[in-house]
Each structure stands twice: as C-alpha cells, then as structure tokens.
Design a protein around this ligand. Structure first.
Ligand code: GLU
Length: 471
C-alpha cells in the first residue's frame, strides 16, 4: 500500500507556524515511506475563504520547500461529488432530512444544559417524513450504541462512545456540504492512508470514522498533533508576535532554519539539534511525536537561524539578503560584492534583517555613532592615531588598498605610538563603522574602501574635536 498523506488547510488566513508544522509532518511521513503528499484546500466556508489566503498558503509552502505531489485540490470544485455521496446516504437510509426549526433546537439545548447533559440533537426527524421542498438540512444517522476507537499513532487508543455523538449535519439548508462530510469523501477518494492534523480535530475523528464505515470505506490511520503554545503557556496566537510563515521569511529567517525549528517542536532524536530535510526524512517517525503541547521559543529559532546563516552558501545568502538591503534603501550593486560582505559578517547576525543592518555601513555613511562606542573610543587620545592613520591611508594608492597593506599600516602606527593595537584599531573601527563591533579591521577597511574611510575618519575627528572630552 502506498502511503499517502494530505495537508488540508482552510484558506481563512495565512499559513501559520502550527499549520506549517503539520504540513511538514505530513510531508516527512510521505517522503519517509516513499509515498505521496497531497495538498487540499478546504474552501467550503465561502464566507471566510479568500483567494489571498490561498495564495498565502501556497507561497508559504513554496518558500518552505514543502513540495506536494498532487493538488492543490479545491473542495469548492467537488460539490457535485459530495452531493452525490449525500444522496447515496439518503437513499440507503443512512442519512435523513431534518426541518427542526431553530427555536426547537434552541429549547432542546437549553433543557439539556439545565439537566447538565451535553447538548446534542435528539434524532427527532429520524423517523419523520420531511418534505424535500421545505427548507431542511441533511443529518447523518450516527450509530446509537457501541464505541468508536480512534487508534491514534501519537496518542494511542482513544475511545468515543456513540451515545455521545449526535446526528451530525452533513448538508446545510443552503445546500452546502459540511466539513466532516467533505473531508471524509476526499480522504477516501484521494486514497489517503494517513491523516496527520491538529488535535483540535480529534473530536471530529469518530464522526468521520462512522461516516467512512457507512460508505463502506476503510478509515485511514490518524495522528493528532498537539498544539503549539506561546511562552506564556497559552495557545500560540498573534498576540505572541508573528505566527505567519511569511512573516518569518520577512523577518530574515532561512526556510531550512524554520523547518528545523518546527520539526523539533514536539519531536526529537537524541540530543541532535541540526536536521537537514534529508536527515529529517531518514529519522522522523510520526509515532515519536510528543503527546503534550510544545512551546514556541524564539531564541532557539534565532540560534538555529544563525547556524544556518553561517553555513549556507554565501552566493545564496546574497540572493536572500538583497531584498532586505533594498528595504534599507541600499542597492548592493553600488558597493562591495555582497558575497564578500556575507563572508565577513554572516557569523555576526541572527537573521537576514540583522545582517542587512550591520552591513549597511559597507554601502553608505552611517548617521550617528553608537553612543557607548563613541564615548569609549572617540576620546582625545584617539585623535593622534586617527590623524596618523588618515595620513597613511591617504598615501596608499588604490591598488595598494589590500588587506596586507592595510594591516601593515595599522601595525606600523601602533608601533610608532608604542601603544597596544586596541588603542588604534578600536577608534578606527568606530570611525568607519559607527560602533565598536565589526569584522577584522583590514577586512572592514576593504569593504568600506579608501574614499569612505578617509571621509569617515574626518567625521570622527570632528566629533572628537567637539565632544571628545578629556583623556
Ligand atoms: N481544514 C481543516 C483545518 O484547516 C483541517 C482538516 C483536516 O486536516 O482534516 O483546520
């Protein structure tokens, strides 16, 4: 039997990290077993589904590289099929029309609540003839007794008593099939062998199994993935910050870092932290996913992203970094090769956004010095080293603007002044970068270039003259 999984988002918002993790688990399970991964868009809720949301989901999947083998299938294009199945259930006496007015259902609910019973439809119309021409819904005739066992690959056996389940509506009065019906028909028609989804659907599963049995289909295996919590223990939501996958792209995370982070939310393999997608496919077992919820932890994601940034191919990072430079109004073609900047800087940034920010100095003069760095390093004592450096750099021909020559200049002036290297290099660094942190000094000078170096040293000298204070 070929393993087939599906990711079945409702397009009522962006692709959020919880959905992306579910999609990743579906993808990994299919790939691990040499199977297929299907994408199905559950857009039957016409009021809440939007084309933008479909696009956001597809964009998120593409960015993460979660390639699907089939789909996207759209449920709105399959209404005829769902209606044919509903008619089949009706004709076999496995479903029935119900025209109970709202008031009756409401009174039933209130009475049941007063008796401390779980509100459920009482089967009033099961044995009543209902005129098909009057407004009505169709209900599935749920078995009255017995137990449905959900043999969940993550949670184990979860029994549901049929007495707890009522006759669920499978077609609304406006003629639209409902979620539980369309999911069941699709899972059967698409030959899905493994349903992996959020555990908010666990209560739907016994209902879906009953419908599948009524239609003569073998239910798939189910795995209900626990939810993701925010750092305060509440279900992860917008209130905790970004939850959309595309927002993570825009914040400068690499897709492989986010995937690595997501797979570790609720799954682990010994104390390994770094998993390429190939390694995930090799090791992932859906039955090893934790039963309990996991918490989203941004600093862990930052750490992973930094690892991936350092090890990624610089030319690729350059392509991904360009738009972030663009957001700072920097056109990287106007300065040093972005690949050289990345080689010098990648280890210093957690995200592409940060990498762009700390690299801006290579392309344009900064506006103000970092206060702490200037206070410490742009003092009167720094004037002489800076003046000497400026004079020496000015004398260097452009073809001598090389790491070796630049290093020699800095060393020579350090020796002349008989001070330690920091007393020369740190003021120089603050002068040309604006703050005390940067790559090695000669690499930094290379990236900034001669003209800007001289101009920025001048600016630092002015700063010292005006505000350099004593010492
Ligand atoms: N469309 C459902 C949702 O987005 C998922 C249904 C399923 O996986 O069975 O929550």
């Amino acid at each position: 039997m070929t393993v087939r999984t599906r990711f079945a988002p409702s397009p009522t918002g962006y692709l959020h990290v919880g959905g992306a993790r579910t999609a990743l688990f579906c993808y990994l399970h299919a790939r691990k077993h040499g199977g297929q991964f299907v994408l199905r868009i559950e857009d039957t809720d016409l009021e809440r589904s939007t084309a933008e949301s479909v696009n956001a989901i597809l964009e998120g999947m593409t960015w993460l590289g979660l390639d699907y083998d089939e789909g996207p299938f759209y449920q709105t294009q399959r209404f005829d099929r769902y209606n044919a199945v509903i008619d089949e259930l009706l004709s076999k006496g496995l479903a029935y029309r119900c025209d109970c007015p709202k008031e009756r259902l409401e009174k039933l609910r209130v009475d049941q609540m007063a008796r401390k019973q779980k509100p459920r439809y009482d089967g009033h119309c099961r044995h009543r003839p209902v005129d098909p021409e009057t407004p009505h819904v169709i209900r599935f005739k749920n078995p009255d007794d017995g137990v449905v066992i959900v043999d969940d690959l993550i949670r184990g056996r979860v029994p549901f008593s049929n007495a707890e389940l009522d006759d669920l509506i499978i077609r609304r009065s406006d003629g639209a099939p409902t979620y539980n019906l369309s999911v069941v028909v699709d899972d059967a028609d698409m030959a899905i062998t493994h349903v992996i989804r959020g555990d908010d659907h666990l209560n739907n599963t016994p209902r879906q199994i009953n419908i599948l049995h009524a239609l003569g289909f073998e239910p798939p295996r189910y795995s209900h993935v626990p939810m993701i919590l925010g750092d305060d223990g509440a279900r992860l939501s917008k209130r905790h910050g970004a939850v959309s996958v595309i927002a993570y792209r825009d914040m400068g995370y690499l897709p492989e870092a986010l995937l690595n982070y997501l797979v570790r939310l609720g799954w682990s393999h010994g104390d390994e932290e770094i998993f390429s997608v190939e390694r995930m496919i090799e090791l992932f077992e859906i039955s090893d996913v934790n039963k309990s919820a996991s918490s989203f932890n941004t600093s862990k994601l930052d750490w992973l992203n930094q690892q991936y940034l350092q090890n990624a191919e610089p030319a690729r990072v350059a392509r991904l970094l360009s738009p972030h430079m663009g957001r700072l109004d920097i056109d990287p073609s106007t300065g040093p090769d972005l690949v050289d900047v990345i080689k010098a800087q990648a280890a210093r940034a957690k995200t592409l956004v940060e990498l762009a920010e700390i690299s801006a100095f290579c392309y344009r003069d900064f506006e103000t010095f970092d206060e702490g760095s200037a206070k410490k390093h742009l003092r009167l004592v720094a004037r002489e080293p800076l003046e000497k450096l400026r004079a020496a750099f000015d004398l260097l021909a452009l073809e001598d603007w090389t790491p070796e020559q630049l290093k020699r200049v800095v060393e020579r002036i350090t020796e002349e002044l008989a001070v330690n290297m920091g007393k020369v290099a740190q003021p120089l660094r603050v002068a040309i970068v604006g703050r005390a942190a940067s790559p090695g000094i000669e690499e930094t000078l290379m990236l900034v270039g001669k003209e800007a170096t001289l101009r920025r040293i001048d600016k630092a000298l002015v700063y010292i003259a005006e505000r350099g204070g004593e010492g």
